[in-house]
Design a protein around this ligand. Structure first.
Ligand code: ZN
Length: 291
């Protein structure tokens, strides 16, 4: 290293006088730049704002199709179970979702169906999952702030759901759900009327997630991005707690710290931001999803 440095020094020393001027000027510029005050606050990207409703609709549909591809990649699907919805930006009582019986790994933007509040398909020519509709329509109705919902029969989520307990704040990631998720205990089989959906929406309340006992996980968000990220994170937090409890006595983060961490890792913007690398990755790997 010293040899390299001394080599560079001697190289400079062999320069002509005019070159020294150039060098000095360049060094001066560098020093001036160094003196500039560095930004103290990291500003990260924020959710986009759209002028045209058509652009916002397309954006939501692209995120939705990408979310299904990611659910397939993470192996959250189980046969025809599971659904992710996105509220239409123009008709807020309509939402976009997956057609019944299409593998998550094959869904493209053009496959998504638009369902009205009666559960009728108004765009698309494939059937809707009526059981899903009966739950999701009630949540969209009860929570005007919710743009998207996500639900699947993922393995760790349904294993944890069986215990009928909320997740403990065991890790920084699981603190996102601290005092921000609930447990719905009243599983009564596949219900096609709206009564179970209403009760699930009541149990969810103002929170971001509900664990459906004997069934699986359900998350919501103010963007498709956030709802999907919360689902992925809740599934992995369920896995982490199952592993920790199987291995020994988990150490629970104390209340004040868990509450502080919740405000740091559990915000809408954090949920939205966490999804962005996954979206970019899946679009790069499976570009046909945007068709
Ligand atoms: Zn289900």
């Amino acid at each position: 290293m010293m040899l390299v440095v001394s080599g560079i020094t001697s190289l400079f020393q062999n320069r002509t006088a005019s070159n020294h001027v150039v060098l000095d000027t360049a060094m001066h510029r560098v020093n001036k730049t160094k003196k500039k005050k560095m930004p103290t606050k990291f500003s990260r990207p924020q959710p986009p704002v759209f002028k045209k409703v058509e652009e916002e609709r397309l954006h939501r549909k692209q995120r939705l199709a990408a979310a299904f591809r990611l659910f397939a990649k993470f192996e959250f699907s189980e046969g025809v179970a599971g659904h992710i919805t996105a509220r239409d930006p123009e008709f807020p009582d309509h939402f976009w979702m997956n057609p019944l019986g299409v593998d998550f790994g094959h869904i493209r933007v053009s496959d998504l169906i638009l369902v009205n509040k009666q559960g009728e398909v108004v765009k698309g020519d494939q059937p809707v999952n009526q059981a899903a509709f009966s739950i999701l329509s009630q949540i969209h109705q009860a929570r005007p702030d919710v743009i998207a919902t996500a639900h699947a029969h993922s393995i760790y989520g349904k294993a944890w759901s069986n215990l009928g307990r909320p997740l403990d704040p065991l890790t920084q990631d699981s603190c996102a759900f601290y005092e921000d998720h609930s447990v719905f205990h009243d599983y009564t089989g596949i219900v096609l009327d709206s009564s179970e959906g209403k009760r699930i929406a009541e149990t969810l309340g103002r929170r971001k997630a509900v664990i459906l006992r004997n069934h699986g996980l359900l998350t919501v968000g103010r963007s498709v991005d956030a709802a999907v990220w919360w689902f992925i994170s809740l599934e992995r937090s369920s896995q982490a707690q199952l592993l920790a409890e199987a291995a020994g006595q988990p150490q629970i983060i104390k209340h004040e710290t868990a509450r502080l961490a919740q405000t740091q890792v559990g915000t809408h913007s954090t949920g939205w931001f966490s999804f962005q690398p996954l979206y970019n990755r899946i679009v790069r790997e499976e570009p046909d999803l945007v068709q």
